[in-house]
Design a protein around this ligand. Structure first.
Ligand code: ZN
Length: 203
């Protein structure tokens, strides 16, 4: 279905479905691009809408003094899980946004198989998270900031589309709202450096 067809379809459905989808969301215009019938995104604009939701989670992490990374899991146009990086808060090195979002999504599914879902995350997943993604089997992974040093979805290595393949392969879309996703990370680390101040002279 084309974007135009989706709009026509939406128009014919009236308000309730759209209202339910948009409840609690800010980006109304972008949300209207969604194809409710097939439960699939219609391209980059829809991805932007959900990435903005992941960025909201990243901002929560920032406020909590955590490295600002956020994630949401989407199924049939609905956010079923959201999470932000909580490594410091929980004192748990595995509490990356993706890990927490996947666990929450499995609860929402009532199953560990997340087939039919898409994980949106503001930064490219690390090898731990990519491993968890392969086990949970979402159809797609969409991320903003590429991580050439530690990313495991194509930046450094690619565990989501490995060859020979692991037991699941994901479709990958990278660079969605990249400037915003990189910007919040840069801002966080700049703040952290400024708070730390210049190095004290050693005695
Ligand atoms: Zn990770």
């Amino acid at each position: 279905m084309s974007d135009c067809g989706a709009r026509d379809w939406l128009a014919s459905q009236g308000g309730p479905g759209l209202g339910a989808f948009l409840s609690g969301a800010d980006a109304v215009g972008i949300g209207m691009e969604f194809d409710f019938e097939n439960g699939e995104g219609l391209g980059f604009q829809t991805d932007q809408f959900f990435m903005e939701q992941a960025l909201r989670e990243a901002r929560r992490a920032y406020q909590a003094g955590e490295v600002p990374i956020g994630a949401v899991v989407v199924r049939r146009g609905e956010i079923i899980a959201r999470a932000w990086n909580q490594v410091e808060t929980l004192k748990d090195a595995t509490a990356h946004a993706e890990m927490l979002a996947l666990t929450s999504a499995q609860t929402a599914y009532g199953d560990w198989r997340l087939e039919g879902s898409t994980l949106y995350v503001t930064k490219e997943p690390c090898p731990m998270c990519a491993g968890a993604i392969v086990h949970c089997r979402p159809d797609r992974v969409v991320f903003g900031a590429l991580d050439p040093k530690g990313g495991a979805a194509g930046g450094w290595i690619n565990l989501l589309q490995s060859n020979p393949p692991l037991n699941h392969r994901c479709e990958i879309t990278m660079g969605v709202m990249e400037d915003e996703c990189v910007g919040i990370l840069k801002s966080f680390f700049r703040d952290a450096r400024e708070k730390k101040g210049p190095p004290k002279p050693s005695r």
